[in-house]
Design a protein. Structure first.
Length: 429
């Protein structure tokens, strides 16, 4: 277990910065690295990691005496013998040279070097190794708020929530001291996302509001949009529908046309409306957002289109979406869930045979993949379809649209705004 890194005290400290929390618990520091990268390369990486963490955790006055005189020569020989690929060889050579330098090692340069190793590790699919070197980078350059934020994100994505929380709070303090308000706001945004993912909505709301206020004060529209987008999710999950729509509307204004996050916002809002039976608002947004979505997400969009189109009686859009759903390979991620939505759309049109076929196939796929929730949804839809089919004696009624003169619905205003922004983005490509 490494010592706490030496962190120089600033002349004035009005904001408390929590010390870095070094992930521990293993019998051997960096053991996860050795498990991910076996053999001689793993040992070389582990030795390089230990070089950095020992250097970082020692006071500057002691660093010149840390390593034996022949350490650099031995490590350089091992590096030459193992011969890692160039993308990794160069940063490992820089760490090796630290063994022979008595002075002049710049903390920022060490941080950059460790970050390069972490990027290599992410590219190779070895996340624990990436985390170890990301953490080492933040230890080596302990006043850098961006490196601290990267550690926090990595810990959160690895479900190490207690460590992530400490690193986020440390980022807040470092960013405040440095006047780096973008990183400051993103740290609170990261905390909010962490609590949102865990379903702790009061804590998520508290941190996201801090991110929003910081972004508003400093004119950080992109961060502001993301904070408001996540606040929409918090309020929708908390069943505070008015607040949810207001936050989505504010996020749309903050993003503006052309923002890469606009499609995700539109998608999330549209599916929120699907879940609440607001099909008239969901349909035009889904139709507009589909071209902006990555291919992997097109699956869910087609299912949503089929459901919304069926509910409002738009048979042309339903037919197009229905054909697109059935063209998808059964191995496509989300196919079962998409079939459930398409089945609901078919049922809304009274097409009971199509609805039953889609729900039955969805159930089959979900059981094959052990997708318990989707299988449960498919069973419920299948049972409902069979029940309604046997009782169906009258034509289905499409969802009605309020007549003119009715009070303005904020959801209608938001739907129009999303569609207009998506169309403007498409024209600007």
């Amino acid at each position: 277990m490494p010592r706490t890194p030496h962190i120089p005290e600033p002349e004035s400290r009005r904001w408390h910065v929590p010390p870095p929390l070094i992930r521990g618990g293993a019998v051997l520091e960096g053991a996860s690295l050795l498990q991910e990268v076996p053999g001689e390369l793993g040992i070389l990486l582990w030795q390089s990691l230990r070089t950095v963490t020992l250097w970082a955790s020692s006071p500057p006055s002691e660093r010149s005496e840390l390593f034996l005189p022949e350490a650099e020569e031995r490590r350089a020989a091992a590096l030459e013998e193992i011969g890692p690929e160039p993308e990794l060889r160069e940063p490992l050579r820089a760490i090796t040279e630290m063994l022979g330098r008595r002075a002049g090692v710049e903390p920022t340069a060490v941080g950059v070097t460790c970050t390069r190793v972490a990027q290599w590790a992410l590219g190779k699919g070895v996340p624990a190794t990436a985390f170890e070197f990301t953490q080492a980078a933040a230890m080596a350059s302990p006043q850098d708020p961006k490196l601290a934020l990267t550690v926090a994100h990595t810990a959160r994505n690895g479900a190490e929530y207690s460590g992530a929380e400490v690193w986020y709070q440390r980022t807040v303090g470092l960013a405040r001291q440095a006047g780096d308000w973008d990183t400051y706001a993103r740290a609170y945004l990261g905390l909010g996302k962490m609590w949102l993912a865990r379903g702790v909505y009061p804590a998520a709301r508290k941190n996201l509001l801090k991110a929003r206020r910081a972004a508003e004060r400093k004119g950080l529209n992109h961060v502001l949009g993301m904070a408001l987008h996540d606040l929409f999710t918090v309020e929708s999950e908390s069943r505070r529908d008015g607040e949810a729509i207001a936050n989505a509307q504010a996020a749309l204004r903050a993003y503006g046309p052309g923002n890469p996050e606009l499609g995700a916002l539109a998608y999330d809002v549209a599916f929120y409306w699907l879940q609440h039976g607001r099909f008239a608002q969901a349909l035009p947004v889904l139709r507009a957002v589909a071209p902006h979505m990555k291919e992997a997400h097109q699956v869910q969009a087609q299912g949503g289109l089929a459901r919304a189109a069926g509910a409002v009686g738009d048979t042309t859009t339903f037919e197009d979406a229905w054909r697109a759903v059935w063209k998808l390979d059964d191995e496509s991620a989300g196919k079962a869930d998409t079939l459930v939505e398409a089945s609901r759309g078919a049922a809304s049109l009274g097409r009971w045979g199509d609805a039953e076929r889609a729900a039955a196939h969805a159930l089959e796929l979900a059981r094959q993949r052990r997708q318990t929730k989707i299988a449960h949804d498919a069973e419920g839809v299948l049972e409902s379809v069979r029940s309604e089919r046997s009782a169906d004696t009258a034509p289905r009624q499409a969802e009605t649209v309020p007549a003119g003169g009715a009070p303005v619905d904020p959801a209608d205003v938001l739907a129009r705004g999303l569609v207009e922004s998506l169309e403007a983005s498409a024209r600007g490509r």
